[in-house]
Design a protein around this ligand. Structure first.
Ligand code: ATP
Ligand code: MG
Length: 554
């Protein structure tokens, strides 16, 4: 695959054409412009990989810009989380800026437009403005404010800035075309009055620029060559270009691609925030969240997320990507790097009656996929925990695990044969008694015995208690974003299953907190942020196989 020449995506085509024509002095300069009003999600990851990736590929530059023009919803906590998430994904930005760095400049730009007769102060209410804008099939009607003189507009706009007018009592609008078929060109709002403390500029400003009068201008100030956004901004593009043209500033260009939508997930920060504030999940980094921080806590690797973004490519048309594809990428990577450990989740006692030593250490491979993964020592003794469902009193056909008189191999240890078992008063199997074959040791097996099943186990007296969080989809319908009614009605009530009965091998106690594990036959796991040496807690990152897809096909 790697040697194969990959075909260019449509943005790469544009860039290569631009470079061939010597546009922008052969520079490529992209940016990722999040609004710091929430944590980043997998959709943002796609945008970061695209913008950051293009800068890398074309040896250009990549800016991180906080699009902070809505002081009511923006917070420093979000700013910090965004920086952290972009870095963790593996992208380093060349410059960090904020739209608020440009408030003075943007204000000057607004004055320039007023002076050119291209902007006016409008005292109408939002409702009046909406009515006067007309409809897509009917031209808008102007109002008298549209005919204000340049001098009056300059005076009023200055007063707006100086706080002489109430919130919402006036706006600054561009004077473009009330009959334009594009509603965004019908005298769009440029500035509004809003007394709100901004996380960076405090109370310096009581007027704030609108998205359409901040975004393109910020791109231009930063000399961004290719400003990539999602499809819903196509109708904004004429306005983006109008602003740049009228102000005569650096001609950044806007290009649009389809946003990432995924099955069983939502990608709106507003809705994700609701899940957090209403307690449907524990936090923004709850491992069930499609946020970068949630995926990190769950154990997804940056490599697997980047691989996923690469595989889905970029499109010009909306689509919905199967969540299983992301899980596939995670599994692919973890299979290569995860260390194998043994954990028994629903334990039943296994006593090996003819094992007379007190204990011994057995070598077990850390990762059969990695020749340099090495081995670890696992303590073995005559009292083990094995999985309850690895034993059947009356085995059915094709059951190759343990049952009366059945033989199995204990992973990295010996072949055993089940001799008998005991039940408790309630009829539940309590203890299984077996004998082992001393000459069947893994790696030095001279027994000549052949068995079909291999079971994982832990030595009872050496085992450490572990808590496991297993996750299922947070939503129970595929296309949550478009499902009828409230998206919260589709929350899967069984998305978290916590196992508190599990025993793990003692190596876990000394393993680093950021190690990736495959708990043999159980899935891939990663230590939760709440985990301590006294209480080890692991999140199931992903199952070993795509059980979900199988379930769907039934
Ligand atoms: P949300 O609706 O979740 O709040 P947003 O688009 O308002 O998303 P921004 O902070 O403005 O969030 O997004 C920053 C950048 O990330 C933008 O360039 C935007 O186009 C991109 N982006 C956001 N969501 C997606 C997505 N689902 N797929 C691809 N890119 C996205
Ligand atoms: Mg946005």
């Amino acid at each position: 695959m790697e040697t194969e020449e990959k075909s260019l995506n449509f943005i790469e085509h544009i860039i290569e054409n631009d470079l061939a024509e010597g546009k922008h002095e052969n520079r490529v300069h992209t940016r990722f412009p999040p609004e710091p009003n929430g944590y980043l999600h997998i959709g943002h990851a796609k945008s970061i990989c695209l913008n950051g990736g293009l800068a890398q590929k074309y040896k250009g530059k990549f800016n991180l810009r906080f699009d902070d023009t809505n002081p009511e919803t923006e917070e420093v906590e979000y700013v910090n989380s965004i920086r952290n998430d972009v870095k963790w994904l593996g992208f380093q930005w060349d410059n960090e800026f904020c739209a608020s760095d440009y408030f003075d400049q943007l204000y000057q730009y607004a004055i320039q437009l007023i002076e050119k007769g291209l902007a006016y102060v409008d005292d109408s209410s939002p409702e009046e403005i909406a009515v006067q804008k007309g409809t897509p099939t009917m031209a808008g009607t102007g109002n008298d404010f549209r005919n204000r003189s340049i001098a009056e507009n300059l005076a009023l706009f200055t007063e707006m800035k100086e706080g002489k007018h109430a919130d919402g009592s006036k706006v600054l609008r561009a004077k473009i075309d009330l009959a334009s078929p594009n509603m965004h060109m019908r005298d769009p709002l440029l500035y509004r009055i809003k007394r709100a403390t901004h996380h960076r500029t405090g109370d310096t400003w009581c007027i704030y620029p609108m998205y359409d009068f901040a975004h393109g201008q910020s791109d231009s100030i930063e000399n961004i060559t290719h400003s990539i956004c999602t499809l819903e901004f196509i109708p904004h593009r004429p306005l983006y270009e109008w602003g740049i043209e009228q102000l005569g500033i650096f001609p950044s260009k806007q290009y649009e691609f389809a946003r990432l939508n995924m099955t069983y997930a939502i990608m709106s920060k507003r809705k994700l925030l609701q899940l957090v504030t209403e307690g449907h999940v524990s936090s923004w980094d709850d491992p069930r969240m499609p946020t970068i921080s949630g995926m990190r806590r769950r154990g997804y690797t940056p490599e697997s997320i980047r691989d996923f973004c690469e595989r889905i490519g970029i499109a010009k048309r909306e689509n919905i990507i199967d969540f299983s594809l992301l899980e596939f990428c995670v599994r692919e990577h973890l299979n290569k790097i995860a260390q194998r450990r043994m954990v028994v989740t629903d334990p039943v006692k296994l006593i090996i009656t003819n094992y007379t030593q007190s204990e011994e250490m057995l070598s077990s491979e850390n990762n059969p996929e990695d020749t340099e993964g090495g081995v670890r020592q696992v303590p073995f003794s005559n009292e083990l925990w094995i999985e309850r469902d690895d034993f059947m009193e009356e085995p059915t056909k094709k059951y190759f695990r343990l049952g009366p008189d059945f033989m199995v191999r204990l992973k990295s240890a010996y072949i055993i044969k089940c001799d008998r078992f005991e039940k408790d008063a309630a009829g539940k199997v309590q203890t299984i008694y077996a004998s082992y074959f001393a000459n069947s040791k893994s790696g030095a097996d001279t027994s000549g015995l052949h068995v079909k099943g291999t079971l994982h186990w832990v030595s009872a007296k050496h085992a450490v208690p572990v808590v496991l969080n297993e996750y299922d989809r947070l939503f129970s319908v595929e296309d949550v974003a478009n499902a009828e009614g409230d998206f919260k009605d589709y929350i899967n009530p069984n998305s978290l299953h916590t196992i508190t009965t599990a025993w793990g091998e003692p190596a876990l106690l000394n393993d680093a907190a950021d190690m990736r594990f495959q708990f043999v036959r159980k899935g891939y796991f990663y230590q939760d942020t709440t985990s301590t040496k006294d209480k080890l807690v692991y999140n199931r990152t992903v199952t070993l196989k795509d059980a979900w897809a199988k379930e769907q096909k039934k």
